[in-house]
Structure formats: C-alpha cells, structure tokens
Ligand binder design. Structure first.
Ligand code: UDP
Length: 327
C-alpha cells in the first residue's frame, strides 16, 4: 500500500486531501500542530486503520517511521487575518517547515508536492495570471510574511529538485472554498455567510471593485491529485477562472441566504490585490484538468454546511489563543 504524509491535515484543504487519498486506497499519515486546524475536520478518519494522526509542528525536525511515497505540504496559516496574527509561524512553516520536509523526502525517496499560492503574484500587474508572471509583492507589507514564505518555499523546492534530484511538484492555489472553512478566519466567504446568518450587515472592504475567482474544494483537490501524479515539475495554477467583484459576491451571498442584509463599506486592507484570476491553460493541457463545479452549486453546498453548524459557533469569536503557541 502506498503511504502519503499530508501536513496541515486538520485544516480546510488538508482534511479534504486526506479524504481523497483514503478514497484512493492510500495509507494516510496526517500531521498538524492544530494552530489553525481543527481535529473535528478529520474526526471521521481517526478510527480508520489506513489513517494515523501526528500532532506535530513541521517547523521542528520531522520524523516519520517506515516508507513514504508522497509528501504533501499543506501546513500554513492561509487567511490574511491568520497570518497577521501569527506572522512568525507563517514564515517558519513555509521556510523551515518546507526545508525539514524536503529533507524527509530526500531520505525516504518520496515525491513532494508543495502548496503554493496565487499570492506569489502579489497585487498582479498581469491579468489573468500565468505561471510565467513573476509577481508584484511587497515583502515588508502585512501579506509579505505569507507571500515571501511561499516564494521561498518554491525556490527551495526547485533547488532540492535540481541539486538533489528530488521529485517535486508545485501547485499555485487560487481562492478555494467549501465545507470546513473556519467561520471566523476572516476570509470573505465565511465572513459574509456568518454575517448573513447572524443578521448582521455584510462588510465589503474598499468599494468592492476588487475581484477574486473562487474554486470549489473538490475541483481544487482533483487538480492537486492530478498534478502530483503527473511528471511536471514547474508551478501549475489550480483555480476557477470565473472572476467576480467582491461587491457582486456580497450580492450573491445575500440572495443565497435569502436575507435582506445591507452592505457596509470598510477601509480596503493594505496591499489587498485588486484583481485575481488564474490562467489555467497549463492545467488544462498538462493535467487535462478544469473545474467542474459552478459557483451557484458550490455556494449552495457550502451554505448548507455553515447552516448545519451548532448555533453557538456562529457567535463564537475565533477561540484559538494564538499566543499560547510558541513561535
Ligand atoms: N473582503 C471583504 N470583506 C470581508 C472580508 C474580505 O470585502 O469581510 C475582501 C478582501 O478585502 C479581499 C477579498 O474580499 O479583497 C478576498 O479576501 P480574503 O480574505 O477571502 O482572501 P484574499 O483573496 O484577499 O487572500
């Protein structure tokens, strides 16, 4: 049986990846320090013989007994609010964590896929973004800790590939949504749905003319799986090119939730990218992949998930005490 290590296993994307690899018949070793992840996301996997969970921070030396065929590095805070709160851990998991895992991949002769991001393009001057675009990133701005960690992660991964001959894959993930997103992580989709469910106004940052392109999680996971199994070592964008403004998105959420909430406009956060849309030509040609789930369908499923949460969760502030974690 093939064995895969998935870091960030208790997070949004990590937990969906665990599900997919279990379905595909792998032995899955999930690892997470639970700083932004939640065990509730993988509770259903814990009793399975083919699943094991290791509570560990990958910024520290990583040990896994036995053979490993694949490593997927998905541990990282990933919402702008999270990485503002825990900037040092964000830098460390992308740099030291990636270094540790590449070392592990080398020893185990495993193929390693890293989760990179559309944030490597920063506030892009090229639109839609192709993999050839080098980006427009402010290294010392609020997003710099995430963007530069991810850019370093790509650099060290390519260096291990060229210097040590490690088999590596790099996925650049664009905005992805679905069940198991954290209600209070500050991202726009859980923020708007949470506000609608609590009967609050929806907070649109800036004038809402900035754009994003939202990909449903099952499409994202499928793209990642196909990339891992391909022989392509350069970065590949995975996302849904269906681009909308945040203002339109707020209106869609109001319609979806059947509420008559108002919009309130707040200041646009510093370095908030004005436009974002993946060019997915490479994914189409190399992986024969393209997204299948339309936004209305994906949003419906995601809304049902948030509705099914216990009501007290809706009113809970993010209860994670980040300060309890040493950086
Ligand atoms: N946004 C918003 N209201 C919110 C949260 C986010 O208008 O309550 C905007 C944010 O300024 C950004 C977009 O929605 O332009 C997407 O933000 P998110 O934090 O989800 O992710 P990003 O794509 O910026 O990393």
């Amino acid at each position: 049986m093939e064995r895969v290590l998935i870091t960030g296993a208790a997070g949004f994307l990590g937990s969906h990846l665990c599900d997919r690899f279990i379905q595909e018949g792998f032995h899955v070793i999930g690892m997470d320090n639970l700083i932004t992840g939640h065990l509730s996301n993988i509770e259903h996997l814990l009793p399975l013989e083919n699943f094991e969970f290791h509570h560990h921070d990958v910024s520290k030396f990583v040990h896994v007994a036995g053979k490993l065929d694949y490593i997927l590095h998905f541990a990282s805070p990933a919402s702008p609010i999270d990485y503002l709160k825990i900037p040092i851990q964000t830098l460390k998991v992308g740099s030291l964590g990636t270094h540790n895992l590449l070392g592990l991949a080398r020893v185990k002769k495993a193929r390693m896929l890293i989760a990179s991001t559309s944030e490597v393009y920063g506030d892009p001057l090229v639109h839609p973004q192709t993999e050839e675009y080098y980006g427009n990133v402010n290294p010392i701005g609020p997003r710099g800790v995430y963007d530069e960690a991810k850019r370093f992660q790509e650099a060290i991964t390519m260096a291990y590939h060229t210097y040590h001959g490690i088999e590596t894959r790099i996925v650049r993930i664009f905005n992805t949504y679905g069940p198991r997103m954290r209600l209070n992580d500050g991202r726009v989709l859980p923020a708007f749905i949470g506000q609608a469910l609590r009967g609050e106004d929806l907070t649109v940052f800036g004038d809402g003319s900035q754009t994003r392109s939202f990909c449903y999680v099952s499409d994202q996971v499928d793209g990642i799986f196909k990339l891992l199994m391909s022989d392509y070592v350069y970065p590949v964008n995975i996302g849904n090119p269906d681009e909308i403004t945040i203002l339109q998105f707020a209106q869609e959420i109001i319609k979806l939730t059947g509420t008559d909430q108002k919009l309130v406009f707040k200041e646009l956060p510093k370095d908030d990218p004005m436009q974002r849309q993946p060019n997915i030509t490479k994914a189409k040609e190399i992986l024969a992949w393209s997204p299948k789930i339309r936004r209305d369908e994906g949003l419906r499923i995601t809304y049902q998930y948030f509705q099914s949460l216990p009501e007290e969760k809706l009113f809970q502030k993010d209860h994670k005490d980040f300060k309890a974690y040493k950086s």
